[in-house]
Design a protein around this ligand. Structure first.
Ligand code: ADP
Length: 448
């Protein structure tokens, strides 16, 4: 096992990784920008290094400074968390060249999955069902028209290098195609430095269901069931649950087995997530994330497996502590992403937390780096914590979530807590009857 791990991230995920390291007796190094000098992950780490000014590109994305911090402290591995450098193949290459372990998959797997066209081809070859669409890149209008008429309108044009819900455009009919193709290509070129685009069937009312996977890098691989992340706003997940209210045991086992087999075929190492849209009983691959996800705790709650601990084990060469048969499925878990934002307008609300009281009790977990008196800096993502609730059934989980949300007090800044208090009692949410467009429709109705 490693002696010392540097955590190249901030906020709740830095703390989450730090906790797993402490339990394994690993020394921890926090890195931070000048804006995060008082952050909890800095206070709790064994050592900390300031790596630059507030702007992410000068600190949390600054490979040079992070490497220097690694050298000064003698860390033998880096955990990148999510976001920032977590899916940066060049960073993984640099670490390898310096004999420092990147706690994540190989640079090659990051590269393949980072290009959506390559990822889709790879997925298809591994036996994963994909969305019907073009065979790779589409450049000319004629070809785009041919593909679209074959699969049927509406279609969606997507940038190969897109991410974070950007670089996508829906095309409803032939007339819109030429303009849409041109615009999406030039926008992709400007935003991602790569103007390659491809075409897919646009699914009208899918759910977003993703499978957590873990590989040992030597051909061994398992799945840890699914998460349903259909509740989204602007393609950003808001509420995640495991298991999905839309799947039965046979469907969940089938897709899980397909994903586990794919991971074995790839020789994948570490944690990953294979994302699907799910409509009318069919799964359609959209992408694979080669990192730990924000919503990983719901999987941990239903399986009782510590995913960060497993990542550390795999990266250090010890291998996974579990086989597929050890992966339990116990009860139901829901996660609410608590953002420092206005609950209706979603305008960020940085500032000082003047009062903080997190909920507790059976089945309640709060992953957060904030405390009373903490000043939320304006420079980063507005996620300030996650409330995760676990219970024996979905119904019991909703009851417990309602109770936990009532207990949660955060004063001084606006948060999305009131939104969740509304959602938890909503009829569609109670029955689990929602797709990826549900939340935006709900919000539009509420504002009338
Ligand atoms: P990103 O990398 O930007 O997150 P994804 O390919 O994962 O892009 O897609 C993000 C979201 O966009 C999905 O969760 C879904 O809401 C929507 N989306 C993507 N592809 C399709 C499609 N073929 N049909 C309908 N919606 C889609």
């Amino acid at each position: 096992m490693f002696n010392k791990v540097l955590i190249a991230n901030r906020g709740e995920i830095a703390l989450r990784i730090l906790r797993a390291c402490k339990e394994l007796g690993i020394q921890t190094v926090a890195v931070h920008s000048t804006a995060d000098a008082n952050a909890m992950h800095v206070k709790l780490a064994d050592e900390s290094v300031c790596i630059g000014p507030p702007a992410s590109r000068d600190s949390y994305l600054n490979i040079h400074e992070i490497m220097a911090a690694c050298e000064i402290t003698g860390a033998d591995a880096i955990h990148p968390g999510y976001g920032f450098l977590s899916e940066n193949a060049k960073f993984a290459d640099v670490l390898e060249a310096h004999n420092i372990t990147f706690i994540g998959p190989s640079a090659n797997h990051i590269r393949v999955m980072g290009d959506k066209i390559e990822a889709k081809k790879t997925a298809k070859n591994l036996g994963i069902p994909v969305v019907p669409g073009s065979d790779g890149e589409v450049r000319e209008n004629d070809e785009a028209m041919r593909v679209a008429s074959e699969i049927g309108y509406p279609v969606i044009i997507k940038a190969a290098a897109g991410g974070g819900g950007r670089g996508m455009r829906v095309v409803n009919n032939e007339k819109e195609m030429k303009q849409a193709l041109q615009t999406t290509r030039s926008e992709a070129g400007a935003a991602f430095g790569d103007d390659a685009v491809y075409i897919e069937k646009f699914l009208g009312k899918p759910r977003h269901i993703e499978i957590q996977v873990m590989g040992d890098g030597k051909g061994g691989g398992i799945h840890l069931w699914e998460r349903d992340c259909s509740l989204q706003r602007r393609h950003q997940k808001v509420w995640e649950e495991a298991v999905s209210p839309a799947l039965d045991d046979a469907a969940r086992k089938k897709i899980g087995d397909i994903c586990a087999k794919a991971i074995q075929g790839l020789g994948y190492s570490g944690a990953g997530t294979i994302e699907f849209l799910y409509e009318d009983g069919e799964f359609y691959f959209i992408e694979m994330n080669t990192r730990l996800q924000v919503e990983h705790p719901v999987t941990e709650m239903i399986t009782r497996i510590d995913l960060v601990n497993e990542q550390l084990r795999v990266a250090s060469g010890q291998g996974m502590s579990v086989t597929q048969d050890d992966v339990l499925l116990t009860g139901h878990a829901i996660e609410c992403r608590i953002n420092a934002e206005h609950p209706r307008t979603f305008v960020p609300s940085p500032g000082e937390i003047t009062y903080y009281h997190p909920p507790g009790g059976l089945g309640v977990r709060v992953d957060s780096g904030v405390y009373q008196g903490y000043k939320i800096p304006p420079h980063y993502d507005s996620l300030i914590g996650k409330l995760i609730v676990h219970a024996r059934t979905r119904e019991e989980c909703l009851m417990r979530l309602r109770r936990a949300l009532d207990e949660f007090v955060i004063e001084g800044v606006e948060t999305t807590l009131p939104l969740f208090r509304d959602l938890v009692t909503n009829d569609d949410m109670q029955t689990g009857d929602y797709d990826i467009h549900w939340l935006e429709k709900y919000l539009a109705e509420q504002n009338v």
